[in-house]
Design a binder for this molecule. Structure first.
Ligand SMILES: *Cc1c(COP(=O)(O)O)cnc(C)c1O
Length: 669
């Protein structure tokens, strides 16, 4: 087929709205922003054919790591609005001021995610592309992203609106297609956008369809629905963001002519998709429709289960829609519960780790038979650092095909006795750590000092300040064992007042430590996002994970860390509970009793801080025995554990995860 034909075919399938011709510069000659156009044409044709098992994946958020993985490129200069902002660094190291800015000269990641749920969605669609599945992702174009975190000393976190420009984001294109959703008293008009998620080999794509209400002739209220992700300060905004995803997603699929058998609800946020498809159906037809829906639940935490009053629902939705919600999603309290609704309308339900399944069985005993589990994973090619990817390729005898088969990493243990490999594992890690220290040069971080990181969403059950619980204890460990470098980062949801106090507490405690900088360096990084997540999970020596069991459904940042040989210091919760037979570092802390969920407000801070300091002391001790004065002893048990981490990463990736979704949830082999 000639190139001319291909581009004509592309434009007949994809109605790009290119008013000033900018996109034509980047969509040409068989190339889509530097990637093969053919992969898109193939996928678009396939989704419109009578393909079997077309999958629509619905998610409020997608974290695609577009700035570092399968980066699409544009002829146009990078719009400064789409550049990573300078982020403040808060530390007990004071040169001139409390703050210095961390400068990373790169494009922002597509800002349509907030955290783990979105990153899982992104890693899932990337793996669907790698598997060449006929799939489409449905999401929302968040015109102001999630939010940008600013630190204000003596105050804490100040959330700001994030500014970016979707029209100049490479690979993201608006379509001429318009749809609308009908609410009780207004129609909301929606413009569709597309982004293409390429496979690792660039030979396949999963289109991501993004809904955008920021257009005429919508009211300002309707325009604001796709402004910021997870607005919860107003119940109607919160509700209608979910309605937008479900109703809008279903209309978008039909507008684009996609043939879908499986609707995957990534969280209950998406369940209005069922409501949209259920209108006017008979009981028999409803039963048939349920077979086309599956649901993944991502949290046991109370706040994660959306509830709305029927009073509120009736104010904005039509009666035929609230009737369906009432039929399938009304709980005993009289409220509409989106988790219940999702479970009642899906043919398969899954938790995201074995532990989480046990918790769901306690929380929802009526659904015990139906609730399976598929432990989360991470997309290996997104999260493996360059140094480690090159290391694996240096040992083709053991890892003959890492580029196509990440499961091959389970063989890492075969190289445990190979001193060359052991030395190179350490070197690769040091190379990553050196790069990180260089970025934070002004704070004089040292690649030969023990470095531990806690970075994640700030939520009470994750216990952000556990490591700072007893500062004197930290100073004493540093004096006896050796200097400690502690890196902290995380965003609290703007309406989470408790989360907000944690950021404040962190900054306050760090501030009081100015004198101790030569033994204890603490760095708090502003605006935790994918670029920082990727950097941190591959650069520090130990990844700290201390949620209160059993409230971490899975967690994924530790999986990114083990892929890069970074040791774990973790409570036994989420995915970690499935790896306690492995020597990945140190496990510690409170364990909830089997058969009970416990109390998410009883944080066990004193006992668990005590245990944390105990294992910190032993890991730091082992570190300084392994790496005394920068001269590594490669026979050390530390390197055994790094290798065991790499080996274990084969199980906690999205390839294993997708195999299980295919077999157990989607029933497609
Ligand atoms: C991986 C990642 C997460 C999720 O990690 P958890 O272990 O679930 O906290 C959240 N935010 C960012 C930026 C990440 O990279």
């Amino acid at each position: 087929m000639s190139e001319g034909k291909l581009i004509d075919e592309f434009y007949s399938l994809v109605q790009v709205d290119d008013q000033n011709g900018n996109y034509a510069l980047d969509i040409k000659d068989g190339s889509y922003f530097g990637m093969p156009l053919k992969s898109i044409v193939d996928a678009e044709k396939r989704l419109r054919s009578n393909v079997q098992h077309g999958i629509a994946y619905f998610s409020m958020e997608y974290g695609l790591a577009t700035s570092c993985y399968n980066k699409l490129s544009s002829q146009l200069a990078l719009n400064p609005k789409n550049k990573l902002p300078e982020n403040a660094v808060f530390s007990n190291y004071r040169v001139a001021d409390y703050f210095f800015a961390l400068h990373q000269d790169n494009i922002i990641d597509l800002p349509i995610y907030s955290g783990g749920l979105g990153i899982l969605a992104g890693d899932t669609v990337k793996t669907m592309a790698d598997y060449k599945l006929p799939a489409v992702g449905i999401g929302i174009l968040w015109n102001s992203g999630y939010f940008r975190q600013k630190f204000w000393f003596k105050y804490g976190q100040a959330p700001e609106k994030m500014r970016w420009d979707p029209h100049t984001y490479p690979g993201l294109v608006p379509l001429k297609n318009r749809i609308k959703i009908s609410l009780k008293s207004e129609d909301v008009h929606i413009r569709l956008w597309k982004y293409y998620v390429y496979s690792h080999k660039h030979d396949a794509v999963v289109p991501l369809v993004l809904l955008d209400s920021n257009i005429e002739p919508n009211s300002q209220r309707a325009k604001d629905l796709t402004d910021q992700l997870y607005r919860s300060d107003n119940v109607f905004l919160k509700l209608l963001q979910r309605v937008m995803l479900g109703f809008g997603g279903v209309s978008a699929l039909s507008e684009l002519g996609y043939n879908i058998d499986i609707h995957h609800l990534n969280e209950g946020h998406a369940v209005f998709a069922f409501v949209a498809k259920a209108r006017g159906l008979s009981q028999d037809e409803l039963e048939k429709l349920k077979r086309k829906f599956v649901y993944t639940c991502h949290t046991p935490v109370e706040a994660g289960h959306d509830r709305f009053s029927f009073d509120d629902l009736n104010k904005v939705l039509k009666k035929e829609d609230t009737d369906i919600i009432e039929k399938f999603g009304k709980e005993r309290s009289g409220l509409a519960n989106l988790t219940l609704l999702s479970m009642n309308v899906s043919s398969a339900i899954n938790a995201v780790s074995h532990n989480h399944q046990k918790v769901m069985h306690i929380q929802f005993p009526k659904y015990k038979e139906q609730i399976q589990y598929v432990t989360n994973g991470v997309h290996p090619y997104t999260w493996v650092s360059k140094a480690f990817s090159e290391l694996f390729e240096e040992f083709p005898g053991t890892f003959p095909d890492f580029k196509n088969n990440p499961m091959i990493l389970s063989r890492a243990s075969e190289l445990n006795g190979n001193s060359d490999f052991r030395a190179k594992v350490w070197q690769a890690h040091q190379a990553n750590k050196e790069e990180f220290c260089k970025l934070l040069e002004k704070w004089s971080l040292d690649k030969n000092l023990f470095t531990i990181c806690w970075a994640r969403r700030i939520a009470a059950y994750k216990r952000p300040s556990l490591i700072l619980h007893d500062i004197n204890r930290l100073v004493s460990i540093a004096e006896r064992i050796g200097p400690l470098q502690i890196i902290l980062a995380g965003k609290a949801h703007p309406n989470d007042n408790l989360g907000f106090t944690y950021v404040n507490e962190m900054l306050d405690k760090v501030d009081k430590l100015a004198e101790d900088y030569n033994k204890l360096k603490i760095i708090v990084l502003e605006n935790y996002d994918i670029s920082l997540g990727r950097l941190l999970t591959s650069s520090v020596d130990v990844w700290l994970n201390n949620p209160l069991p059993p409230f971490e459904a899975s967690g994924t940042s530790g999986m990114k860390a083990i892929l890069n040989g970074v040791l774990q210091m973790s409570t036994v919760d989420g995915w970690v509970a499935e790896a306690t037979d492995k020597k990945l570092g140190a496990f510690f802390g409170y364990k909830n009793s089997e058969g009970s969920v416990g109390n998410e407000n009883d944080l066990h801070m004193n006992d668990d801080a005590e245990e944390l300091y105990h294992v910190l002391e032993s890991l730091a001790g082992l570190y300084y025995k392994t790496n005394p004065a920068g001269k590594v002893k490669t026979s050390s048990e530390w390197i055994d554990m790094m290798i065991e981490c790499i080996c274990t990463s084969a199980r906690f990736n999205t390839y294993r995860m997708l195999d299980q979704y295919k077999k157990n949830i989607w029933n497609i082999g």
